[in-house]
Ligand binder design. Structure first.
Ligand code: KG4
Ligand code: ZN
Length: 354
């Protein structure tokens, strides 16, 4: 990583392609959004019941070029006008990462603009600081609860490039638990929204499902026991479950997840009592019941809960461009030789110039 003061001389192009969304965004140096595009691949993967890496990579390859051209045409910004080009370089599926960061490196090479290799988790962590997004811009340190299909962790966000993971899942990510449970209930992929919808018709007290790690020190998570308990409940029902039974299981599952997350967040706050706010991100943060429970915990501890609008909670390129701006402001950019990293824990992000 080169550390050298680089003034932001124009809009920043951000590219996201780490999983099953292809996204591009152009942000002015002050963070205002000039253009944003997201293309979900859900329909491509739905027949397989989950993300297929090869299909994802091919879809990114087909979509990315035209998407960037379209966003740039909308804003009238050419490559020569850009201040920098940022792309997610990890963690994620290697095919998509290579396509997105390869595109960004090619554009940076041709235009002579700085390149930024962005950590996807850092992009989620810094989203809440996007001006105008969450009212007040949260000051460091704050807590990030990242709740998605691929990630489930609680992070102390101490500064740009300065993170401490306070806890993470020991088995499934919380979104994965939603998806697997939904599948057991015969609901379509992706399971989270479908499970939330049917749970509204169900009795959350009908089944007393396990709450792994409840009241344990620290803020690790565990969901696989919960999913196994649901598997045992539905075992023996070879065909479609009666709707009321599926709704009651869904509601009981969601109640258990809400209890687990509320308990884990309370423990996380004890680990970082000086936190100025709690930010939730990831697709699961769209869940209304979970939002309400987490809001109750944060207000009990006198903290502010920031839940960015859903399109910024799920994967997007605005957060990638914004993370690029935050890093550029500190004088950081990356050489074109920077590799993609399918596994890239937040603690391994390089030093900042600060
Ligand atoms: O952050 P995201 O869009 O993609 C990654 O996993 O990176 O999160 C997708 C996950 C899926 O597991 C999906 O089922 C879950 O978020 N999800 C939800 C809801 N909406 C999406 N889970 C629970 N309730 C929801 N309303
Ligand atoms: Zn994500």
């Amino acid at each position: 990583m080169a550390i050298k003061a680089i003034p932001i001389e124009g809009p920043v192009l951000g590219i996201e392609s780490s999983c099953d969304e292809t996204a591009a965004a152009i942000l002015a140096p002050d963070g205002s959004i000039l253009a944003e595009r997201v293309l979900s691949q859900i329909a491509d993967h739905a027949p397989w019941g989950g993300v297929v890496p090869e299909i994802a990579a091919r879809a990114h390859l087909a979509a990315l070029g035209p998407m960037v051209a379209d966003a740039m045409a909308q804003t009238g910004v050419g490559f020569a006008d850009l201040g920098a080009i940022a792309a997610t370089a990890g963690p994620g599926l290697i095919g998509g990462l290579i396509i997105g960061s390869g595109f960004a490196k090619g554009a940076a090479l041709a235009s002579g603009k700085p390149y930024l290799a962005i950590n996807h988790l850092e992009a989620h962590a810094l989203t809440a600081r996007l001006p105008g997004l969450a009212g007040e811009q949260p000051e460091f340190p704050y807590l990030l609860l990242l709740l998605s299909g691929g990630h489930c962790q609680c992070v102390a966000v101490l500064g740009v490039g300065k993170y401490r993971r306070l806890g993470s899942t020991l088995d499934d990510a919380v979104g994965e638990a939603f998806d697997k449970t939904a599948k057991l209930l015969g609901l379509p992929y992706p399971g989270g929204p479908a499970l939330e919808a049917i749970a509204r018709e169900g009795d959350p007290k009908r089944f007393d499902l396990p709450r792994p790690l409840l009241r344990w020190q620290g803020c690790d998570f565990s969901f696989s026991g919960l999913k196994t308990a649901v598997a045992q409940l539905v075992a023996g029902n070879s065909d479609a479950l009666p709707r009321q039974l599926a709704a009651d299981i869904a509601a009981s599952f969601q109640a258990a997840v809400a209890d687990i997350l509320a308990d884990r967040l309370a423990h996380a706050i004890l680990l970082l009592p000086q936190a100025n706010a709690v930010i939730i991100a990831g697709g699961v943060a769209a869940n209304l019941l979970l939002r309400q429970r987490l809001a109750a915990v944060t207000s009990e501890y006198g903290k502010m809960l920031i839940a960015p609008p859903q399109r910024f909670c799920t994967d997007n390129a605005v957060m990638v461009a914004w993370a690029g701006i935050e890093r550029l402001r500190l004088g950081i950019s990356d050489p074109l030789s920077t590799p993609c990293r399918p596994r890239w824990p937040l603690e391994e992000i390089g030093p900042t110039a600060a």
